[in-house]
Design a protein around this ligand. Sequence first.
Ligand code: F6R
Length: 247
Amino acid sequence: MQMRFFDDAESLACAAAQIVSTVLRENPQAKLGLPTGSTPLGLYAELARLHAEENLSFAEATAFNLDEYVGLSATSPQSYQYFMEENLFKHIDLPLESRYIPSGTAEDPVAEAARYEALLAEHGPLDLLILGIGTNGHIGFNEPGSSWDSICRVVDLAEETISSNARFFTGEGEAVPSKAITMGITNIMSAKKIILMAMGKSKAECIKAALSYEPTEAIPASVLQKHENLVVLLDDDAADLLGWMRF
Ligand code: F6R
């Protein structure tokens, strides 16, 4: 595991973008795994800038999102598909047919998860997977207790995830969905390279739990310690409780 520490979220986002850019310049056909949420916003803005100003191209790349809420359509502003269009895809040259994300409105979500699993298997391991982390240690929507053998599936979101994500559902009558389709721990761990990003004081506890104790299914992100090509990017606040590991 390689750990890097940053004074602020902007420099962290630029470092993450440089890793993505290096992977893409070495292999323009790279398969990328992508998260949503607050964490990757700076990264996506920097990738858009690199595309506009420094010729970074996604034209031959493929992107697979980690997860999607069950019940939200691509036109719902809270859906992850909408998020990706707004924050990244409409700013870069990744072809429409190379953007994969589970459908939140499939009639049969279990079959949709199986379809997504088959798609990932068909394309082979991701070259680079970017992850955020939930305050309860989740990665993707693999909540505490998720099996390390898990694959793409429909999951119940933890209460902590539902209350934490309520900040995105502020309109009248809007509620956080209680289920999602997510890549499993097996899909995540089979990526060739993983970047874990975390910023802010609210992530200090889960980062400590994930990185400084023995890996356990109770803290999903702790499995990442077993990955042979993991880069952890943290701002000072998120790294605050790591003690000796910082030095
Ligand atoms: C989102 C995802 C989640 C988030 C995590 C952190 O696609 O997979 O695991 O990365 O919930 O969310 P933020 O970045 O909003 O703190």
